[in-house]
Design a protein around this ligand. Structure first.
Ligand SMILES: *Cc1c(COP(=O)(O)O)cnc(C)c1O
Length: 480
């Protein structure tokens, strides 16, 4: 497909602006650029076709089933977009005086209150731009807390071996060293290993529950008690909140601090780098350290203020504000009844699909799951040579986005499937048929799957090179 720069023809611009009705201003020569910017010149219709062609080459929730485990790729209701597009939200300046943006501040305050209620926290910042950014912010809160008590020996963060890669990475970025604890045979935290790992150097524990195996850890109260007794704090990675919202609260499980991924649980579309939002909530004893500014309300007026011992800003202005607008719309449309129904639906759908596949595919853990489940294709690979990668790639030919592959790391040849609550039984039945059909193909002619997908614009790109050396600039011919 041609790039915009290759479609460009000199002079073919589209200008629909009315004639200028303010007096022109002359700039001195020194302020002017020597050559015009090399912008593509293209007609409106060709521009439209260019982006439509690009859109057709990718896969989104609007194209088909998207069971990408741990990412909660749920449908984003159109009404969210309608609200996020309101001129009162899009046409404001971040430096406007608080008195002129009361509605926007109310959006922030209301969202904070509802998310605190759902997570069982007392205060929250909406600044962080992603889950990982939230982790980093939450860990800074924990660091400040220990420092404020002169407890400077607490340098270690405990992370289970099933954790998302961002957990240890954030801990290191926040200045901690990471201690990994193994999982037990049921996929939960090994309590003896945890008891052995905690001590006077423990700053805290990072945990997601249900974990990345899609399993709720029944020992959670014991886990947080062990960490607290050792003097550490407990951080909840809320990326899997879709499994439990409205049913159980991290704050009641013993967590002191939590992030939520608005772009996962609260339906903002994501992938391809954002924008996202990772609000961080905490118990009252940590709230003084939250990033500034926070939104408060006094005498019916919303205002911005800095908490007493704030760790400062972690993001410009109020973070990705329009993601918060979408999340609030989602919260208000679902309401107190719809929120727990959504997570119940997510858990039901995951168990339904798991049950349909369980006779044919090997599940990593033979127990009911929460909102996602993990299969191991190790036996299939041993039998037929067909890997998790081959099966995932073949799914693309059927218009299904592949599940998450090779994660969590403790399961070999892993495929991690998260259907979400927004899929119908018919879609799940169809997906199950395709999974089973690919299994038949693997057994009949495994070699044919090594070259899948067969019908996509691209097949198997070099993923490492694409991530490490992305080509993001157009290489203009050098004119001598
Ligand atoms: C997605 C995810 C994260 C990181 O969130 P981002 O918004 O992608 O930065 C952390 N932990 C788990 C379990 C996740 O699924």
């Amino acid at each position: 497909m041609k790039l915009l720069f290759e479609r460009s023809r000199s002079g073919r611009t589209e200008s629909l602006l009315p004639p200028c009705d303010v007096p022109p201003v002359e700039f001195d020569a020194g302020s002017l650029r020597a050559a015009p910017p090399r912008l593509p010149e293209i007609s409106e219709v060709d521009l439209g076709r260019h982006y439509t062609e690009l859109a057709k080459q990718t896969h989104g929730v609007n194209d088909g089933f998207y069971p990408l485990g741990s990412c909660t790729m749920k449908y984003n209701p159109r009404v969210n977009e309608e609200m996020a597009a309101l001129p009162g939200f899009t046409g404001i300046h971040p430096l406007q005086p608080a008195g002129t943006v009361q509605g926007c501040l109310e959006v922030l305050a209301k969202t904070e209150t509802m998310l605190c209620e759902i997570t069982g926290m007392d205060g929250m910042t909406l600044q962080p731009a992603a889950g990982a950014h939230g982790e980093y912010t939450g860990l800074l809160l924990i660091r400040r807390y220990h420092q404020s008590r002169g407890d400077t020996a607490r340098t270690k963060i405990i992370v289970p071996d099933s954790a998302h890669g961002t957990n240890p990475a954030s801990a290191v970025m926040a200045g901690f060293t990471v201690v990994s604890v193994p999982s037990n045979a049921e996929g939960g935290v090994d309590l003896d290993a945890l008891r052995a790992a905690v001590g006077p150097d423990t700053a805290g524990l990072m945990l997601t529950n249900p974990n990345t195996l899609g399993l709720f850890d029944p020992n959670i109260l014991e886990i947080t008690r062990i960490v607290h007794e050792a003097g550490g704090l407990c951080y909840y990675d809320g990326a899997n909140l879709n499994a439990i919202m409205g049913h159980v609260r991290p704050g009641d499980m013993g967590f002191d601090c939590v992030h939520v991924n608005l772009h996962k649980t609260f339906s903002t579309p994501h992938g391809g780098g954002g924008p996202g939002s990772g609000p961080v909530g905490c118990k009252a004893f940590l709230a003084d350290f939250l990033p500034a500014p926070r939104v408060g309300c006094k005498d019916g007026q919303y205002r911005l203020y800095a908490p007493a011992r704030s760790l400062g800003r972690v993001r410009t202005f109020q973070g990705n504000f329009l993601v918060v607008v979408r999340a609030l719309t989602y919260l208000l449309t679902l309401g107190k009844q719809g929120i727990p129904e959504a997570s119940a639906g997510a858990v039901l759908n995951a168990n339904y699909l798991m049950h349909k596949l369980a006779g044919a595919y090997q599940m990593a853990y033979d127990t009911p799951c929460m909102h996602e489940f993990v299969m191991t294709l190790e036996p299939l690979k041993a039998e037929t040579g067909v890997s998790a990668m081959d099966v995932a790639k073949r799914m693309l030919d059927f218009g299904i986005h592949p599940p998450t592959m090779y994660f969590p790391l403790i399961v070999h040849e892993a495929l991690m499937v998260e259907p979400t609550e927004t899929e119908s039984p018919e879609t799940l039945d169809q997906a199950a048929e395709i999974f089973l059909r690919i299994l038949d193909e693997a057994k009949a002619d495994g070699a044919s799957l090594h070259s899948a997908p067969h019908d996509c614009p691209i097949g198997r790109p070099d993923e490492v090179r694409a991530a490490r050396t992305p080509v993001l600039r157009y290489e203009f011919e050098v004119v001598q």
